[in-house]
Design a protein around this ligand. Structure first.
Ligand code: TYD
Ligand code: MG
Length: 445
């Protein structure tokens, strides 16, 4: 058996046969770490003659067993629960609530649950379980950051766990590698070790991973390649809500999201989004409702605009939740196409709770709010506006219009403005062709 030297970038995981001073992939300086791999030449010779088995589609295979957790919304987002033997990654910034979430979901898992942490003390973890009112004899804790020791403990345990949580993968290390915990090598090798062990033993593994400032999982894409499913935890900064998205899923679709609120009793899913976002809505000038699409969830949101005389010489444009460039574009279109005196004014636009929106179907609601505030006229009645605005002032069609209308009607809304292009099969909504038609809806214009 011979050994081969190779080098790995400790920042991004780039591999090369040759040493490098600057990583060709991420440009980091002095990040090359030497690795040795065993090469079995005899074995290589033999494998060149081996053949693989061909499988046909009519082969009977069993449907994966799902392990349900205590949070229904969480189960729904991962298509019914953790897959037995599946490898999951829950990623998010420190302090966002990852440990809280896994403590909560471990509560009603069928079978024995092991929670291995290299991050917190016994007192911290037990206190958290107490605070969350969880007393479950089927949850075992390991306070350890040596991955080999964790694997040995599980193999020797008489109780085979159905799910193992590793909090966090960045605190784990293996003495086989000469690198500190959290380095790319340790993250990669520890994840591989626990993953191989889990696949051979049909145990579900949930890795917790911290993300860096840019939002990437530390130990970059490596972890995301290893696992079957990535559950990304984001903080919605203004509303304080936690948004959980599935960004990779080998077992189902990836477009589910859940919104959770951090309370003194832990994370609570927001069941009634309508109530949460529309509680304070009233039909005053500058206010318009819309339905946005996040993942495959449709959420009603209020857009508020205030157009006022500038306080300083240069007019200000301030937004919260909506992209500033959308507001600038819409006000430029109103000014250019309709000669509305908006460009000289201060403009403020925000969403309910500052909830961040990236759906261009909010354009029509922004325009409706801007016009309403500029004219100091409330819309003719409570209004929901859905549509994207082009630079030519025409209203473009949007996706999922039927579902968006259905939700609007469920909210008891009668005044529903939609793009004319979307209105063919839809009755009882007001089709809008361009911003000219939108402005004409305001009384007296
Ligand atoms: P934590 O789950 O430790 O975050 P992470 O594991 O992602 O680093 O929790 C983060 C914050 O949540 C912490 O500041 C305390 C707060 N918290 C609550 O507000 N309510 C609770 O019930 C719990 C357990 C934590
Ligand atoms: Mg934690």
């Amino acid at each position: 058996m011979k050994t081969k030297k190779y080098f790995v970038c400790n920042e991004c995981g780039f591999e090369s046969d040759k040493w490098f001073a600057k990583c060709p992939s991420c440009n980091s300086i002095s990040s090359a770490v030497e690795f040795t791999a065993d090469i079995d030449f005899k074995k290589n010779k033999k494998t060149s003659k081996t053949t693989s088995e061909i499988t046909y589609l009519d082969e009977e295979v069993s449907i994966p067993v799902r392990i349900k957790t205590s949070i229904k919304e969480f189960n729904d987002s991962i298509n019914g629960g953790f897959v037995k033997g599946g490898i999951y990654l829950i990623s998010g910034e420190p302090g966002i609530g990852k440990s809280t979430l896994i403590s909560q979901i471990s509560k009603d898992i069928d079978g024995f649950v092991l929670y291995a942490t290299g991050e917190e003390s016994k007192t911290q973890v037990i206190q958290r379980y107490k605070r969350l009112n969880i007393e479950n004899k089927n949850i075992g804790l390991i306070f350890e950051n040596d991955i080999d020791s964790i694997i040995n403990t599980i193999s020797k345990s008489t109780k085979k766990p159905s799910v193992v949580f590793i909090d966090s993968i960045q605190t784990m290390k293996s003495d086989e590698f000469d690198s500190i915990a959290g380095s790319i090598l340790q993250v990669r090798e520890c994840s591989k070790k626990i993953t191989n062990f889990a696949k051979n033993n049909d145990i579900t593994i949930v890795l917790i991973g911290h993300v860096n400032k840019e939002g990437a999982v530390a130990g970059p894409k490596i972890l995301e390649h290893i696992v079957d499913c990535v559950i990304q935890f984001d903080l919605e900064k203004t509303s304080g809500l936690r948004m959980v998205r599935i960004t990779k899923n080998r077992y189902g679709p990836t477009d589910e999201i859940i919104l959770l609120e951090m309370t003194s009793k832990g994370l609570i899913p927001i069941e009634n989004m309508n109530e949460f976002f529309l509680n304070d809505y009233s039909n005053e000038s500058g206010n318009t409702l819309t339905i946005i699409k996040e993942g495959n969830k449709l959420i009603p949101i209020e857009i508020q605009a205030l157009v006022s005389k500038p306080v300083y010489g240069t007019p200000r444009r301030i937004t919260s939740g909506v992209p500033l460039d959308r507001v600038l574009m819409i006000s430029a279109v109103l000014s250019k196409k309709l000669k509305m005196p908006i460009e000289s004014k201060d403009i403020f636009v925000s969403t309910s709770g500052g909830f961040k929106i990236n759906d261009s179907a909010i354009d029509l609601a922004i325009a409706n709010s801007l016009v309403s505030s500029l004219l100091e006229m409330p819309p003719l009645g409570p209004t929901i506006a859905i549509g994207e605005i082009g630079l030519d002032g025409k209203i473009r069609s949007v996706s999922s219009i039927e579902k968006r209308i259905e939700i609007s009607k469920r909210l008891g809304m009668e005044n529903i403005l939609i793009p004319e292009k979307n209105s063919k099969k839809v009755k009882s909504c007001t089709p809008i062709k361009n911003i000219n038609e939108l402005v004409k809806l305001f009384k007296g214009v």
